[in-house]
Every structure is written in structure tokens, then in C-alpha cells.
Design a protein around this ligand. Structure first.
Ligand code: NAI
Ligand code: MG
Length: 341
């Protein structure tokens, strides 16, 4: 009897497994790789690798386009042999995802090896992440950003905060453990709110002194300990421009690797048109002002290069489409235009 139940159970389980979508199977496989060291070690032999050098990703240029090559384990071994290094280096890679066909993807930083040798061998160049994110295909930039953030996290968490002893990573790189204290460290992100404030017909954009000339963006700020998203939006708007938010709603979120792993939580906020006088915090901002719809539409068309005028001043332009600030601004334009229609 028990055997009949077992057989029936196996049939139902395998049917459920087949019914699972490609996405669900992929996520379950990735989770297994994170947890199971021997499975992950085996996966490294059949996976593909994104290369980094001191946290700069490796890109290849074909014509005017930049690509992020995925190298096989065999190609990595060939490069390592050039340096008379062993394939043990592959163990320093971190798991960053997998294809729909379950080919795992890893990121590996070869920062200790001579950059120019790798570049000429693989015919490409290690490019600063800030530049790389804006020149590669849209689907590759989130992958590069999260891979670099994870590599950076490992670099800065080599030692236990409590004992000062070296921490040991698991094979996938999803955590580090201090065996002396038993503390497990997981990769961290800092929550940051980014808010496009509107008074109903205009939106508020600001400049930090570090921004490139002419660029304006939505207000942003790190969440304080214990704060929820709504409280952080209210506080940042009050702190930076002296306004009181009446209502707000969530738009979307984005992982942002600068300065190190932020989770950008994007919201729209409304302030009362009668109480919209800006009182700017000069310690944080260089300029903050209201923009009308027309000026925003013009600014969205403007390239950073074309923003400089003959008298040396700069016309306003906004963050590129890879930044969530851009999305907030486009959503506001859509909202305003639909109101006008
Ligand atoms: N993807 C996007 O569209 C945009 C992303 N950002 C990102 O948002 C982040 C935060 O924006 P800000 O307006 O500069 O923040 P902010 O208004 O909170 O000011 C930054 C200051 O906050 C303090 N701070 C508090 N917690 C911090 C933490 N965990 N890490 C670092 N500093 C902390 C520091 O004193 C720092 O100088 C920046 O890293 C920036 O790169 C900003 C605008 C657009
Ligand atoms: Mg700020």
C-alpha cells in the first residue's frame, strides 16, 4: 500500500515540477546553487564568466557598440595559464544568475593580474563601471551593476567586525562566515528614497554640487535607521527643500551601485501649490527649482554635450534612461500630458 502511495506522490511531484514555469525553475535552481557548495563548484565548470579588473567590467567594442562577453571556464583557464596561474582562481568567482537553460553565470575579478595582458589576449578593455553602465545594452547594465556590487562587498568584508578574524565565503559567494564567532555576513544594500515632487502643474528638480554641469535630478536621500519609505520621503523633502509632502505614491525601484549598493525606491510626491516656496538646504544642494512641462520636455531631448551655451552657462538636462530618476520624470510628463488631453 505504502509503495502505491509513494508512486502516486512521485507522479504528482513530477507533474507539479513540469507545470512550473521556466522562471520558477530557474529561481529554484539558483537558490540551490547558492545553498549547495558542491553543486555550485560543479556548476563553475560549465558556467560562463563576466570578467572584472579591480571592479571594472571587461567590455568588447564591435563597431560603435559595446558588448559584455561571457567567457567559458576553458577560456578563463587559458588566460590563467598565460600567467602560469592555476584554475583555483575560478573559486574566487561569485554567482550572479543563470540563463533560462540553467547555464550559471559568474563574475570573476582578475585584479591581481596584469590588465594589459588580459586586454590584448581577449581583445577588449576593462572599463570604469560608471561609463560601462551607460554604453552597454540595457539588459546588461543591471547585471554588471549587481555583479560589481557583490564583488565589492566581498572585498570589504574580508574580516569579522567582532573578532577581527578572516571570514570565509561559501562557493557561490552569497555569504561569508566567521568561524571564530559563528557570525554569518550577507551582502547588504542601503535603502535610498528618490522622489519627484510636484505641485500639480510643475515638478521640482535639484542639483548637488557633484553633478555634471547642467544636470538636474529628483530629490534623493538615504533612509534613516527605523524609518519607513513614507517617513523617509517626508523627511528628505523637508530637509532638502523645506516643503511638506501632502501625499505620495510608489513608482518602482532599482539597484544602484554608486557609491556602493543602494536600493533606490522611487516615489512621486505632491505638495500644495499654495505652499510651494522652496527653502533650499545649501549644505546638500547647489540649486533647486520648479520646472514647467515644456521645460522638462525640452530638457529630456537635450544631450549633456549640447547643453553648453556660448556664454558658458548650461541649459538643463536630466539623468539618462538607465537611472530611475529618468523614469520618474517621464512618468510625470505622461501624467501631465494625459491631464491636458
Ligand atoms: N539612480 C538614480 O536615478 C539616482 C541615484 N542617486 C543615488 O542616491 C544616493 C543617495 O543620494 P543623496 O542625495 O546623496 O543622499 P543624502 O541626501 O542622504 O545625502 C548623502 C549624505 O547622507 C549621509 N549618509 C547617510 N546614510 C548613508 C549611507 N548609508 N551611505 C552613504 N552616506 C550616507 C552622508 O553624510 C552622505 O554625505 C547616492 O548614492 C546617489 O548615487 C541619486 C539620484 C539619482
Ligand atoms: Mg540628497
Amino acid at each position: 500500500m505504502a509503495a502505491i502511495y509513494q508512486a502516486a506522490y512521485r507522479r504528482v511531484s513530477s507533474l507539479i515540477c513540469r507545470l512550473h514555469s521556466t522562471y520558477v525553475r530557474k529561481m529554484r535552481y539558483l537558490n540551490e546553487l547558492k545553498e549547495d557548495d558542491s553543486l555550485c563548484r560543479q556548476a563553475q565548470t560549465s558556467g560562463t564568466f563576466y570578467l572584472f579588473h579591480n571592479l571594472s567590467p571587461f567590455l568588447q567594442k564591435v563597431g560603435e557598440k559595446y558588448f559584455v562577453p561571457q567567457l567559458s571556464a576553458a577560456e578563463i583557464k587559458r588566460i590563467l595559464e598565460k600567467f602560469k596561474e592555476t584554475e583555483q582562481w575560478i573559486e574566487m568567482s561569485v554567482l550572479i544568475g543563470c540563463s533560462d537553460e540553467h547555464v550559471p553565470r559568474f563574475a570573476l575579478d582578475l585584479g591581481a593580474l596584469e590588465k594589459s595582458v588580459i586586454e590584448s589576449e581577449l581583445k577588449g578593455s576593462f572599463t570604469n563601471l560608471q561609463k560601462a553602465l551607460f554604453v552597454v545594452d540595457g539588459k546588461d547594465s543591471p547585471l554588471l551593476a549587481s555583479a560589481q556590487s557583490l564583488l565589492q562587498w566581498h572585498n570589504s568584508h574580508q574580516y569579522c567586525n567582532k573578532t577581527g578574524q578572516p571570514t570565509q565565503r561559501n562557493v557561490s559567494g552569497s555569504k561569508r562566515v566567521c568561524h571564530a564567532s559563528g557570525i554569518t555576513y550577507y551582502p547588504q544594500m542601503s535603502p535610498v528614497i528618490i522622489t519627484l515632487v510636484s505641485d500639480g502643474s510643475r515638478c521640482l528638480l535639484a542639483r548637488q554640487p557633484s553633478f555634471p554641469q547642467g544636470m538636474y535630478s529628483a530629490l534623493s536621500g538615504f533612509c534613516d535607521m527605523g524609518e519607513n519609505v513614507e517617513e523617509a520621503v517626508h523627511r528628505e523633502v523637508a530637509e532638502e527643500v523645506g516643503l511638506e509632502v501632502e501625499s505620495l505614491w510608489y513608482s518602482s525601484s532599482q539597484h544602484w551601485p554608486f557609491p556602493s549598493s543602494c536600493l533606490m525606491i522611487a516615489c512621486h510626491a505632491i505638495v500644495r501649490a499654495q505652499q510651494a516656496e522652496i527653502s533650499m538646504n545649501k549644505l546638500e544642494l547647489e540649486e533647486a527649482r520648479w520646472f514647467g512641462l515644456e521645460e522638462i520636455v525640452e530638457g529630456l531631448k537635450r544631450e549633456p554635450r549640447s547643453s553648453k551655451q556660448d556664454d558658458g552657462s548650461f541649459l538643463p538636462w536630466f539623468p539618462p534612461k538607465q537611472a530611475i530618476a529618468h523614469q520618474l520624470i517621464c512618468e510625470w510628463v505622461k501624467q501631465q500630458t494625459s491631464q491636458l488631453a
